[in-house]
Design a protein around this ligand. Structure first.
Ligand code: ATP
Ligand code: FE2
Length: 323
């Protein structure tokens, strides 16, 4: 079976082709800026502009003809509405042309389920992306959220700080590089409330320190503080749920220091630590194809003419009927 995956929820347009359990390609084209954050109109234009050529490239790289595609999976939720619509439009047009069904896939759940490629079996998931920061575990038909950010996602927090410091989008890797150059820890607000975390106080505090401290030291202290908060709530969830595995997901999980802190915590608890490769952590269409295939095999599909988007769907809104 050949599944085409399409991702377009925010900054990244992606196309992936999955044949059985093998990814024939996982291509993406990301909208970036040199200064400042995402401009919605520009991101949408970007997706519409790159879609066709990326699709052609995907077919060529995968060495398949388009009539071999059996089903198309697209990310229909959650995300920025105009970006979602750009992906939906592309998916719908192609599905009608190829006369194949569509499978609408929740982007956040795709970030989690792609963890299967690491062979994690029953993990607590620490999902750290741009818009989301959640501690999740699967239980009776849903991905349950045990803790989450009370304000902004950890990625958006890092990007917002970096934007004020004059760095472009995405800033996670740049802050990571700056942090490596420092060992000087500056005490910052540490906001864990029960199982939840909050970043806006930390963001304000960091912004006020810009210009008064070295950016390297601020980046280092930002990471040490924010990541410690994440690891604390993840560890508490593992203890309460009596789970012996931790799985990282989302773009911020690319950060080597976060991975290292997670690894240390797991070692101390005698738990196993899993993290997928980078190409499956940042936004990508491979994870959409992967989950789309599982859903399709359980009979979940829609007529392309009825395809829709759901910009605000939450992880725990989704009935997981394919497991
Ligand atoms: P969501 O999945 O919640 O809808 P999103 O799709 O924007 O949000 P991802 O693509 O999973 O999120 O992650 C993007 C975030 O990852 C950005 O904030 C970016 O700065 C961050 N990021 C990417 N690489 C790294 C890295 N090496 N270290 C830290 N952060 C990183
Ligand atoms: Fe994402």
């Amino acid at each position: 079976m050949i599944v085409l995956g399409i991702e377009s929820t925010a900054h990244t347009f992606g196309i992936s082709i999955l044949k059985d359990k093998k990814f024939l390609c996982n291509l993406r084209d990301m909208y970036t800026t040199k200064k400042g954050g995402i401009i919605l109109d520009d991101a949408t234009k970007h997706h519409r502009k790159v879609a066709n050529s990326l699709y052609e490239k995907a077919l060529k790289q995968s060495k398949i003809k388009e009539n071999q595609i059996n089903v198309i999976a697209y990310s229909n939720a959650p995300g920025l509405a105009p970006c979602l619509i750009a992906g939906r439009d592309f998916a719908k047009k192609l599905a009608l042309k190829l006369k194949v069904p569509l499978v609408p896939v929740n982007h956040c759940i795709a970030h989690l389920e792609i963890g299967e490629i690491t062979r994690a079996k029953d993990a607590v998931l620490l999902y750290c992306s741009g818009a989301n920061t959640q501690v999740i575990a699967y239980a009776s038909g849903k991905y349950r959220v045990f803790g989450e950010t009370l304000d902004i996602g950890v990625g958006n927090f890092i990007d917002a700080f970096a934007r004020t410091a004059g760095l472009g989008f995405p800033a996670g890797p740049k802050i990571g590089e700056l942090a490596k150059k420092s060992k000087k820890f500056i005490e910052l607000p540490y906001n864990v409330k029960g199982m939840d975390v909050a970043f806006s106080g930390l963001l304000t505090n960091l912004k006020q320190r810009l210009g008064k401290y070295e950016l390297e030291d601020l980046s280092f202290s930002l990471q040490e503080t924010a990541f410690a908060m994440l690891i604390e709530v993840a560890e508490r969830a593992m203890a309460h749920l009596n789970k012996k595995e931790l799985l990282l997901g989302g773009g911020v999980a690319c950060n080597k220091r976060l991975q290292q802190m997670a690894k240390i915590m797991c070692k101390e608890r005698k738990a196993k630590f899993f993290v997928p490769e980078k190409e499956f952590l940042v936004d990508n269409a491979g994870m959409i194809a992967w989950l789309g295939k599982k859903m399709f095999k359980k009979g979940i599909k829609i007529n392309p003419k009825r395809s829709d988007i759901d910009p605000r769907q939450r992880t725990d809104d989704v009935n997981v009927t394919w497991k």
